[in-house]
Write a protein that binds this ligand. Structure first.
Ligand code: ASP
Length: 263
């Protein structure tokens, strides 16, 4: 009799847990800010987007920072300190992934994650070297709030083939997180027809990419970002973005547009 009671109690507990888990799984949805840049001309690091970040990371006391892209070759410590100073304005503590013994465990346990800009090839090289590309994708897909700027945004696309960066190091693969089903070109710049300069424009380079690839490319101007909530992708910020598709004329996309069907 007593055994029966205990068993019934255990079963009910188990059922409750299963229901809770199911609920969690349903609620687990991507929650990302994928930004063109960290800093606007004349502004301070992240200051233009801090109000958004305060809301985005509202349930986080601490976030994990991934400094692997090392802009201008600065150390992980220097980079993390810079990020920590910015997040201090919204009362969030920043820990660098290099401070943890296991980078994978750091990602698995993070309340929120930020990957900063720098060199995209170096970032991807390090993500593969530390064996955390899958862990990062899983954390984001399971709802850990994520912020990417520049290189940290490039990796949210399918591949890094449309970065502006030089391939200073050889990553094992160009494939990245696939959080959004297209590629980005951050810091997107329109051609300046007054410039007496003969190098390729961004538009030309992306056209070259489309000689061999069908994946759409979104040119994200500085101050723009994508908000990803579950499967919904929205263009944010005050500027339009430029969309490039294979065999189609480029298109201006207004801020506020829904890009969820772009693939
Ligand atoms: N170097 C850029 C950054 O992370 C990325 C890019 O332009 O593709 O700031």
């Amino acid at each position: 009799m007593l055994i029966n009671k205990v068993t019934r109690f255990q079963i009910r507990k188990l059922e409750n847990n299963v229901t809770l888990n199911a609920l969690n799984t349903t609620l687990k949805m991507k929650n990302c800010i994928i930004a063109s840049t960290s800093t606007l001309y004349g502004g301070d690091y992240l200051d233009y987007i801090l109000p958004e970040l305060s809301e985005h990371f509202k349930n986080c006391k601490t976030i994990l920072f991934i400094p692997y892209a090392q802009p201008s070759g600065i150390s992980y410590e220097e980079y993390t300190n810079k990020v920590a100073a910015a997040f201090d304005n919204i009362n969030i503590v920043v820990k660098g992934i290099h401070e943890f013994e296991s980078p994978k465990a750091a990602i698995d346990q993070a309340e929120g994650i930020f990957t900063g800009g720098g060199n995209t090839f170096l970032l991807v090289f390090q993500l593969y070297k530390n064996n955390v590309m899958d862990a990062l994708a899983n954390a984001i897909k399971n709802g850990t709030p994520y912020l990417g700027t520049s290189a940290g945004s490039n990796i949210c696309g399918l591949t890094i083939q449309t970065t502006n960066d030089m391939p200073i190091i050889y990553p094992p693969n160009f494939q990245t997180l696939g959080i959004i089903p297209f590629n980005l070109n951050p810091h997107y710049l329109d051609a300046d027809l007054q410039l007496k300069h003969n190098g390729e424009t961004r538009e030309t380079r992306i056209k070259e990419y489309h000689q061999f690839n069908t994946v759409p490319v979104l040119g994200l101007r500085e101050g723009s970002w994508l908000e990803v909530k579950g499967e919904k992708i929205t263009l944010k910020g005050s500027l339009s973005a430029r969309l490039f598709r294979q065999n189609k004329n480029p298109e201006e996309i207004a801020s506020g547009s829904d890009l969820s069907d772009l693939k």
